[in-house]
Design a protein around this ligand. Sequence first.
Ligand SMILES: C[S@@+](CC[C@H](N)C(=O)[O-])C[C@H]1O[C@@H](n2cnc3c(N)ncnc32)[C@H](O)[C@@H]1O
Ligand SMILES: *[C@@H]1O[C@H](CO)[C@@H](O)[C@H](O)[C@H]1NC(C)=O
Ligand SMILES: *[C@@H]1O[C@H](CO)[C@@H](O)[C@H](O)[C@H]1NC(C)=O
Length: 259
Amino acid sequence: MHLLAAFALFLDLGSALLVAFIPTLLWVLTSPSRVFRPRNISQFFMAKTWETFGDAIDERDRVDKDKLIAPNAYGVVLDLGAGNGHAIPYLDTKRVTKYVAVEPNALMHPKLRQTADKAGFTEANGSLLILGCGGEDINTILQALGGTHSIDTIVSVMALCSVPDPQKTARVLAQEALKPGGLFLFYEHVLSPRKDVQWWQRLWTPLWVRAFDGCCLDRPTHIWIDEIGGWSDKAVWGNADETEENLFLHRSGKFVKAA
Ligand SMILES: C[S@@+](CC[C@H](N)C(=O)[O-])C[C@H]1O[C@@H](n2cnc3c(N)ncnc32)[C@H](O)[C@@H]1O
Ligand SMILES: *[C@@H]1O[C@H](CO)[C@@H](O)[C@H](O)[C@H]1NC(C)=O
Ligand SMILES: *[C@@H]1O[C@H](CO)[C@@H](O)[C@H](O)[C@H]1NC(C)=O
């Protein structure tokens, strides 16, 4: 692997530090007890970073998301790690009846709500539900939805990289929240199939996790979702413009739960 590719992520880290470090520092200084809640600090840093770079990242991934989400998502959609709602513009509002966002970072909720409202998903008429829990908190999710098997489509865009115990979280969401016949759609960056790239992904992950609120570079998410089993149809594909040396190699997936 080229050293340039192995260190490329420091460009991203540098850009994030440039926009988010000072605001985060000020945020901690205004209430110093925040020093003792590193997860909150990480959430603040992540919210600032995504506020600045989220649109550009969405633009970069537009072709992939257009192919994955727009023609497929239908019915009640659960957006795992919804962030600022960057998946919403890809939803066909004629086919999606309700948008359920699972987003534990409350600092992202105002933007998320604004984007949803603009698309016609509102809390006022029950077509929008924002849950402030993590995807692993299945009891809260099922309770808010009024029971099991009520989701038609799960959407996960760069979210399973950050969820604790991602294998279990994906499995429980697929088995308990998703309806039979429902869709699991994902666009995630994953562990490379190349051993040398894997070595660098594993080296940088402990650093990346701390900067970006739990985001891991070393998860074979596309394989884990396949391993859940119970799918009647499945497709996984890559991104034609990405080289194999990319530390953030993406995989899209469309899995159909057996009816
Ligand atoms: C890289 S951002 C992606 C946001 C959005 N999906 C997008 O495409 O713009 C990762 C998101 O996962 C969220 N996240 C972190 N931990 C999570 C958890 N346990 N359950 C669900 N989402 C989580 C973060 O708060 C963040 O909004
Ligand atoms: C800090 O984290 C706690 C628990 O994780 C959460 O309830 C709270 O809303 C967070 N506070 C801020 C300001 O983000
Ligand atoms: C909810 O209200 C919004 C805004 O008035 C509207 O665009 C949307 O179609 C409504 N959705 C449902 C399911 O009634």
